[in-house]
Design a binder for this molecule. Structure first.
Ligand SMILES: NC(=O)c1ccc[n+]([C@@H]2O[C@H](COP(=O)([O-])OP(=O)(O)OC[C@H]3O[C@@H](n4cnc5c(N)ncnc54)[C@H](OP(=O)(O)O)[C@@H]3O)[C@@H](O)[C@H]2O)c1
Length: 280
């Protein structure tokens, strides 16, 4: 079963798992404990939870914060309770934003969580609920590119519109292409390595958002000088209501690799994605 099947990751999962039952928000509101408890779960289910409140900046407001905690913490807790009662396998999507990114080097699955914003706090709380279930996978990913709105598509639009954007140039991470994320999730649910938390992103040399934007601009026929860089500090000084974000979002992939998950380099994947987008 795919929960949150209409979202960006959820719709990629729906394409990758045509055998799954897809539950959109209207079919199952994870934030409602009664709805989740009464749902017709069975022991044989594998439930992929891609439901999430993901507007990182809006989550800083009072209303956004309530919505983020309702879906990301209460929703995960409701599914975790159902997983314990019905003994199904629960695979839950999580994020690099549970970490502050103040450490250097790739972040391992067991690093202590230390979120910088409300979204990250609500996700970390959701992870700890899911971690209590005996049969769970928490899949931590970052910077997903696939269906729907994403950074690469936004940069392509700016490039085609003749814009010269200024992009944050001190947050490091790796893109994750949704098809590769879904293949990794399939690997987990089919091969069933030890339950627990797995980092899953594309592999390769970490880069900043500005460096990625420059690659997109060049593919779109613009010059890399058309993208200027700035620091997160400069960005937050101009937009103080935006959420703080980690400077280091690089997740350690050793555990995933160790159980046989293949993680391709993000750069050739970006090239393929751009070729598809530019010929659409
Ligand atoms: N995209 C990324 O770069 C990224 C990176 C790291 C981790 N993740 C994680 O991946 C997961 C999916 O993210 P996404 O990018 O696919 O987000 P998304 O595009 O915002 O999709 C989330 C989906 O969850 C649904 N939803 C929200 N509240 C719900 C509720 N109470 N009950 C049921 N469904 C609910 C949303 O429905 P509505 O649209 O109707 O609200 C939407 O369809 C999240 O856990 C996120 O933390 C994403």
């Amino acid at each position: 079963m795919i929960v949150g099947a209409a979202g960006r990751v959820g719709s990629s999962l729906a394409r990758s798992f045509p055998e799954a039952t897809c539950l959109k928000r209207g079919d199952l509101d994870v934030g409602d404990p009664c709805t989740v408890a009464r749902f017709g779960w069975s022991r044989d289910d594998v439930v992929l939870n891609a439901a999430g409140y993901t507007d990182v900046d809006a989550a800083q407001s009072r209303a956004g914060s309530a919505a983020a905690w309702r879906t990301n913490h209460v929703g995960a807790a409701n599914l975790a309770q159902a997983a314990i009662r019905h003994r199904f396998v629960l695979l839950h999507l999580s994020t690099d934003y549970v970490f502050s990114g103040r450490t250097t080097g790739a972040i391992s699955e067991d690093a202590p969580v230390d979120p910088l914003n409300v979204y990250g706090e609500s996700k970390a709380a959701g992870d700890s609920e899911v971690a209590r279930t005996p049969r769970h996978y928490i899949v931590r990913t970052s910077w997903v590119v696939g269906e729907g709105e994403n950074f690469v598509r936004r940069m392509l639009r700016l490039a085609h519109a003749g814009q010269r954007p200024t992009i944050v140039d001190d947050q490091f991470g790796r893109l994750t292409f949704a098809d590769d994320l879904c293949a990794a999730i399939r690997h987990l649910v089919v091969h069933r390595p030890a339950f627990g938390t797995y980092n899953v992103t594309n592999d390769g040399t970490p880069a900043t958002w500005a460096a990625i934007a420059r690659k997109v601009f060049i593919a779109a026929g613009r010059r890399d000088e058309d993208v200027s860089g700035r620091t997160t500090r400069e960005f937050l000084a101009e937009f103080p209501k935006k959420a703080e974000r980690p400077l280091n979002s690089v997740l350690d992939l050793g555990k995933a690799r160790g159980v046989g998950i293949e993680l391709h380099d993000w750069e050739p994947r970006l090239k393929e994605y751009l070729e598809r987008e530019l010929t659409r």
